[in-house]
Design a protein around this ligand. Structure first.
Ligand code: AMP
Length: 283
């Protein structure tokens, strides 16, 4: 059992971080919902390289779950997470309770428009308000100089970049490339909920997207290629496809054909688990 400092209140977090800042140390923040895997640890390593004092947070944020069953099924394993964070070089872990984050009477929401018009915006009503609100709070609580987020949640990364710019928060947002399993499946805490049979089907998601990307990159009209990818996911065993869309990486608005800066985004359900993925199509 490795040792790592854990704080559970905003006051205790500030009591540790503020003296570090006064010493001139650069604070790096890595927000997570726990059930950590190599993807999360890559964010910690990036923060370690780019800052002097790394704060990781573990908080399963009820505000960003639009389905209560998804929140109830979300995997939690704090003891293992703390060991992994210690081994990866985090300096402090902030693990607030729901009551600490959202005291009685909490009534404020942060909403980023435009970037949330498509993809997970309509598919998960309220999700990005929940994300933007909790990340704003983590930023004002920890006062980091930089914060790391994964490209696996690309729309989330863009929403946080915009929010940080719009609110003049003096924080550098660092995007970290998606860490994948050997068969290409993007690592995700939700993968733990897949049965053995579902795990095999899940690997078809990056494979089917890869095939679509090869066709899209050649400049063909997107609509039939995206339709074929949706059909292929259902044929592979996915139960429902929320979307397969080609979008501009900056506006996240759909495109009719690939052009520089296009990215392919997909979300599909496998039993009780919802998987997302995204890839660049043209640089
Ligand atoms: P989560 O715990 O799922 O909220 O994720 C916490 C952070 O880890 C977010 O910035 C995610 O984008 C990032 N993340 C999750 N999975 C991966 C992955 N496979 N590769 C890189 N970053 C990831």
């Amino acid at each position: 059992m490795l040792k790592i400092d854990v704080v559970r209140s905003v006051a205790a977090l500030r009591a540790v971080v503020r003296p570090q800042k006064r010493e001139g140390k650069r604070i790096g923040l890595v927000p997570t919902m726990g059930a950590l895997h190599q993807g999360h640890l890559e964010l910690v390593k990036t923060a370690r390289r780019m800052s002097d004092f790394v704060v990781a947070t573990i908080f399963v944020n009820p505000l960003q779950f639009n389905a209560s069953a998804d929140l109830a099924a979300y995997p939690r394993d704090e003891a293992t997470d703390l060991n992994l964070l210690a081994a990866t070089g985090a300096d402090l872990v902030f693990v607030p309770s729901v009551g600490e984050m959202y005291p009685k009477g909490f009534a404020t929401q942060v909403r980023v428009t435009g970037l949330t018009d498509h993809l997970d915006g309509p598919a998960r009503p309220g999700h990005f308000e929940g994300v933007a609100t909790v990340v704003t709070k983590l930023f004002t609580q920890a006062e980091p100089d930089l914060a790391c987020f994964g490209e696996k949640d690309f729309q989330q990364l863009q929403v946080i970049r915009r929010m940080t710019r719009d609110l003049d928060l003096p924080i550098e947002i660092v995007g970290v490339p998606t860490v994948r399993e050997p068969d290409g499946l993007a690592m995700s805490s939700r993968n733990r909920n897949l049965s053995e049979a579902e795990r095999k089907i899940a690997a078809r998601l990056p494979e089917i997207l890869g095939r679509a990307i090869a066709q899209l990159a050649a400049g063909a009209p997107a609509a039939p290629i995206l339709d074929a990818a949706r059909a292929a996911l259902l044929a592979a065993g996915f139960d429902r496809v929320d979307y397969v869309e080609l979008c501009d990486r900056d506006t996240l608005h759909p495109l009719a054909a690939a052009r520089p800066g296009s990215r392919l985004f997909a979300a599909a359900h496998l039993g009780r688990t919802r998987l997302i993925d995204n890839w660049p199509v043209l640089p």
